[in-house]
Design a protein around this ligand. Structure first.
Ligand SMILES: [Zn+2]
Length: 149
């Protein structure tokens, strides 16, 4: 059972009003950074990378789920995993509303981004899966020799 403290409510997505409410509640010196972080997390057309100084400045104004989520994503769009993931990985996760695209599991602590060979849609080659579905898929591939899909 997912812990609701680690879910991202659906109503935050593509909701500029929600983002501006959060931004206006933060001190002015953090408001620009917080806006960047929240649009990076929640807008379909939001930024596809998040500079580390902006992440750091906005962190105190994020909730626990957002703090975990944004570190996970920022490593992949700007940090050490950028080469292996990049913007398409963020787009895939954001487009899935940070839920497993196979079973719908929504606890962000167990989300993985799985490389999909040959996928050409908006996900750009990544699937957002929970740890369980990711493992089941990998094992099926490892043990049966089925082609990875
Ligand atoms: Zn799943």
């Amino acid at each position: 059972m997912a812990d609701r403290n680690y879910l991202i409510p659906m109503e935050r997505f593509d909701n500029s009003e929600y983002i501006e409410d959060r931004v206006s509640a933060a001190p002015q010196e953090a408001s620009g950074s917080l806006r960047t972080t929240l649009t990076y997390l929640y807008l379909s057309s939001g930024p596809i990378n998040l500079p580390r100084p902006r992440l750091k400045k906005s962190e105190p104004f994020l909730d626990d789920a957002e703090r975990i989520l944004v570190r996970w994503l920022q490593t992949r769009t700007n940090g050490s995993e950028r080469k292996n993931y990049g913007a398409p990985a963020l787009s895939a996760a954001r487009c899935q509303r940070y839920r497993c695209e196979h079973c719908g599991h929504a606890d962000i602590r167990v989300l993985h981004l799985d490389h999909i060979e040959g996928r050409k849609n908006a996900g750009g080659g990544f699937a957002c899966l929970c740890a369980n579905c990711h493992m089941l898929k990998s094992r099926k591939h490892d043990w049966s020799g089925h082609a990875k899909t």
